[in-house]
Design a protein around this ligand. Structure first.
Ligand code: BES
Ligand code: MG
Ligand code: ZN
Length: 456
């Protein structure tokens, strides 16, 4: 299926798909089953039954659009105004349908040679009168879902085709087209000079070089305010010497998703041009084993000067992010730091694959991200920072911190406390997407849209 690129103001030859609700004057033989489509091909029209009109809202429209793009058995032109309800204005319909269809219709990486299941039908929009408002909503939705798809494609790409050097190179090349972004790729030598030894420790087991990609956007040069996004970019997480069991290693190609997300956010920012200052840092390496890979019990000095005893090489995300956060705070002069990471299996136990876990050091920071998430209809839940959660990690005999809390409790919260140590007291938001990023092997990429919204 082709992606939606425009709203048509006249009818095309496809069957016109209209919404019909409970109590509407229904044509004869209409099947009144939720989301069921009844076709009247002589009239070149079809109706989808959507139940109670007063209950049909944004989420329903989005889910319907996603399902239609995946499963429709025929090409349709969607009669957009018929989907408007008390809970959903025409802008909501356009936004939900654009994002839903383009999410599902997007063809991400695959090397399938004979089982390819693609929907060859097409979906198009019909809306006779398009106001400037509606057009703006449409254009913004296209940019957001496009950014999300960019990140989804990187996430789903297998690790043998996307190592640290390749990921950095893809970003450097692709971002050349955005003249309002400044992109810098730090290589091993520069990373060493900066003293990012926590990141380097994770990279020790790799045959590929580490990379730190910095993307900067200055939409308000006269302001000191600057948000810096930091993304976890582990192109594969084997666990290192604290090796993951086979089943738990599967899907660890997605462990670079945080870094793909911060890049995707910058992509959207380059096009939406907000008058704010936003930068992104991608902390990229893989986590694997070779003869000189980092050993548990090792001690390293972070860029911040704080020392860390690595009591578990599988808690590598917090190591690379620690140096990334400190770089953002001190070299980029962030006034707000936001990291995003597939950080802990524990968050999946806590919130399932439904809510993204969020930690915020201030009420204002929480309110800002909650507001953005509400606008973008993404689910987030606030989690606590508390000194209690760092007690174990502060008990190292040989360093300032251990990287892992072995109490077995609240592993996502101790991870958040570890990261906060490296923020240099800058206002800070931490997003743990380990539960919501990929579901049943598929790239969902929650939080791309919320983080873009926050930057506007
Ligand atoms: N990348 C994983 C977290 C993860 C787990 C993401 C499952 C997605 C699905 C992370 O690096 C990790 O290994 N975390 C450990 C932390 C532990 C060693 C404290 C975990 O969650 O088991
Ligand atoms: Mg790990
Ligand atoms: Zn990891």
């Amino acid at each position: 299926m082709e992606l939606i690129k425009e709203i048509e103001t006249s009818r095309n030859s496809s069957v016109l798909l209209k919404a019909i609700f409970e109590g509407d004057d229904a044509p004869t033989l209409l099947v009144k089953k939720q989301s069921q489509i009844t076709e009247y091909l002589k009239e070149n029209v079809a109706y989808v039954y959507l139940g109670k009109k007063s209950e049909f809202g944004y989420k329903d429209a989005y889910e319907f659009a996603r399902d239609l793009a995946e499963n429709c058995a025929r090409s349709y032109q969607l009669d957009l105004t018929t989907f408007v309800t008390e809970k959903l204005c025409i802008k909501g319909v356009v936004d939900a349908f654009t994002k839903g269809i383009n999410f599902s219709a997007f063809q991400y990486y695959n090397l399938k040679t004979f089982t390819k299941r693609v929907n060859e039908n097409s979906l198009s929009f019909y809306l006779e009168n398009i106001s400037q408002d509606v057009l703006n909503v449409f254009k913004k939705a296209l940019i957001l879902v496009d950014a999300q798809n960019f990140a989804r494609n990187l996430g789903v790409t297998p690790p043998n085709e996307l190592n640290s050097e390749q990921l950095a190179e893809i970003i450097r090349k692709d971002f050349k087209k955005y003249h309002n972004l400044k992109v810098k790729v730090l290589e091993r030598k520069q990373i060493e000079l900066l003293g990012m030894d926590l990141l380097l420790s994770v990279n020790k087991g790799s045959v590929y070089e580490p990379r730190v990609v910095i993307i900067e956007y200055k939409g308000n040069p006269s302001s000191q305010e600057k948000t810096v996004l930091v993304g976890k970019g582990i192109t594969f997480d084997s666990g290192g010497y604290s090796l993951k069991p086979p089943k738990f290693m599967l899907g660890m190609k997605y462990d670079m998703s945080g870094s793909a997300i911060v890049a995707a956010v910058m992509k959207a920012i380059a096009q939406l041009k907000p008058n704010k200052n936003v930068s992104a840092i991608m902390c990229i390496t893989d986590n694997r084993i070779n003869g000189d890979a980092s050993l548990p019990d090792s001690v390293y000095t972070s860029m911040s000067g704080k020392t860390v005893e690595v009591n578990n090489t599988d808690a590598e995300g917090r190591l690379v992010l620690a140096d990334g956060l400190y770089y953002g705070a001190t070299k980029l002069h962030a006034t707000r730091l936001i990291d995003i990471a597939t950080l802990t299996g524990a968050i999946l136990r806590t919130l399932g694959d439904t809510y993204t876990g969020i930690w915020a050091t201030s009420e204002k920071a929480w309110e800002d991200i909650k507001k953005a998430a509400d606008i973008q209809e993404e689910l987030i839940w606030r989690m606590p920072f508390d000194k209690e959660y760092e007690a174990f990690m502060k008990g190292s005999v040989v360093a300032d911190l251990k990287n892992t809390d072995y109490t077995g409790n609240a592993g996502s919260c101790s991870a958040a406390m570890f990261l906060r140590e490296f923020t240099n007291n800058v206002e800070y938001i931490h997003c743990d997407i380990a539960g919501t990023n990929d579901i049943d092997e598929k790239p969902m990429f929650a939080m791309v849209k919320t983080l873009i919204e926050m930057s506007l």
